[in-house]
Design a protein around this ligand. Structure first.
Ligand SMILES: Nc1ncnc2c1ncn2[C@@H]1O[C@H](COP(=O)(O)OP(=O)(O)OP(=O)(O)O)[C@@H](O)[C@H]1O
Ligand SMILES: [Mg+2]
Length: 451
């Protein structure tokens, strides 16, 4: 189930038509708004977004030219390129339908309509419209995150309240702030909350604010219209619009520029904002999850974070404890990652030696679960037998280990690729250049390593 029913705006001059469409759509889980005049629908669409505009072509009983409806299409398209438009035409006026499509409508229905056909058209257009909005901006990172393994290993007592909170609040629409040291699993928890919410069939849009230059923050979040600034060659949908009906995950929120915090607060309060350079107020229904490893209280005291914004973000607060406080979870996680990476690299490795286990337990895990994951991944690639020994773990700071075993070529390659991608913020072209391979060669290796 999605967070809200799809909104259909309907314009037709016949009240009985509006009424029967409204009833039909209500029964099918849509929310509709009906208008007797084209201008009224146009005004509504300037104020609020719709999933589909369903419009009649003739608004005066004695004309059949369709001029008013065709005109409406043009006036909608003048400010809105994405909302799907479906026209209703009289039987046999195919040429009008064709003209409507030429002016920017997506599909047509002949009157009197067949309910089944009407519903199919609407369903398709709602899906296409949403896909169109999303496809324009979703990053590879997001796709990777949704596809990733999403099991949350948490059996230590200290993690139980965290699990209980996740379970209790996931289905609600409450905003959630997730805090904890780097690598503790904040991103994973955000994904799990979304996956277990009523919005799970809508998108999870992820914005890493830490890697977002301050200068493009506004247009990235709220979108812009053509001409809003020098480089704005076309309209751009912002992250809030992309997330409409779904969930927006704001990662590293301590980095939100102070100047932008008031604007963000407004969206959180009323779901309203404008694209850069536009005066049209858009309305969205978005659930916001956010995460930080910073001390927001200190940020507030230092004047870098607004207290009222924090108040809006942390309706529910989840604090994830560091791995060093999670006792037995270390070994369970190690086994979990071992199985995952052994499967991925088709390795025969299936366990740890006793001394490897005690080394894992003794280590302090400053990089938390992320570090453990990387340690195990490398160990799977380095191990020569079926079990991982302490030397394979390299927990002594990266030296090749007491036995001076050479690393496998694959492990070296993986390290080098990771490091290069890290230095270039994930830019494959730049990383390939540095590594002296072609972009496609790098892509092949990344695919092999599941990066
Ligand atoms: N409890 C867990 N069970 C299984 N996997 C986990 C767990 N916690 C974290 N992971 C995995 O560890 C890695 C790091 O976790 P994640 O990216 O969620 O951390 P984070 O807290 O968001 O870190 P950062 O603050 O650096 O963004 C991910 O691959 C995640 O899937
Ligand atoms: Mg994270």
């Amino acid at each position: 189930m999605s967070g809200r029913p799809p909104r259909i705006f309907i314009a037709d001059d016949q009240r009985d038509v509006l009424e029967s469409l409204r009833l039909l759509l209500k029964g099918e889980g849509y929310a509709s708004e009906t208008y007797e005049r084209p201008e009224a629908l146009l005004e509504a669409l300037k104020r609020r977004s719709a999933d589909v505009a369903l419009i009649d072509l003739n608004y005066t009983r004695d004309t059949t030219s369709g001029e008013e409806g065709l005109d409406l299409i043009g006036r909608i398209r003048a400010f809105d390129a994405t909302t799907p438009i479906v026209v209703m035409t009289a039987w046999g006026s195919i040429e009008l339908a064709v003209e409507a499509m030429r002016r920017g409508a997506q599909d047509f229905i002949e009157k009197p309509w067949e309910n089944a056909r009407l519903l199919t058209v609407l369903k398709t257009q709602v899906a296409l419209g949403q896909a169109l909005k999303r496809s324009s901006a979703l990053e590879a990172e997001n796709r990777q995150l949704t596809a990733a393994d999403s099991a949350l290993i948490a059996e230590s007592p200290i993690m139980q309240p965290v699990l209980e909170t996740i379970e209790r609040i996931a289905p609600s629409d409450a905003n959630v702030l997730i805090t904890g040291e780097s690598g503790t699993g904040k991103g994973l928890i955000a994904r799990i909350i979304h996956a277990n919410s009523r919005r799970s069939d809508r998108g999870l849009v992820i914005v890493n604010i830490g890697s977002l230059p301050e200068t493009i923050f506004e247009s990235e979040m709220f979108g812009h219209v053509k001409g809003a600034f020098t480089d704005a060659k076309t309209d751009r949908v912002g992250r809030f619009e992309l997330a409409d009906g779904g969930t927006l995950f704001l990662d590293e929120i301590a980095n939100i520029p102070v100047a932008q915090q008031a604007r963000l607060l407004r969206v959180l309060e009323d779901g309203e904002f404008e694209r850069l350079g536009s005066s049209r107020t858009l309305q969205v229904d978005v659930r916001v999850l956010s995460a930080t490893n910073a001390d927001l209280k200190a940020e507030i005291d230092a004047g870098r974070f607004r207290a009222d914004l924090l108040y809006r973000l942390n309706t529910i607060h989840i604090h994830v404890p560091p791995l060093r406080e999670r006792g037995e979870d270390v070994l369970r996680l190690a086994q979990h990652f071992l199985e995952r990476h052994a499967r991925r690299y088709r390795s025969k490795v299936d366990g740890f030696t006793e001394s490897a286990l005690s080394a894992l337990r003794r280590y302090g895990w400053p990089g938390n679960v992320r570090e453990l994951n990387h340690v195990i991944e490398r160990a799977v690639l380095m191990a020569r037998g079926r079990t991982i020994g302490p030397a394979d773990l390299r927990l002594d700071g990266g030296a090749p280990g007491a036995e001076h075993r050479p690393m496998t070529l694959e492990a070296i390659e993986l390290d080098a690729i990771r490091a290069a991608l890290g230095r270039h913020a994930g830019n494959v072209v730049a990383a390939a250049q540095e590594l002296g391979v072609s972009r496609s060669a790098l892509y092949r290796r990344m695919e092999k390593f599941g990066l």
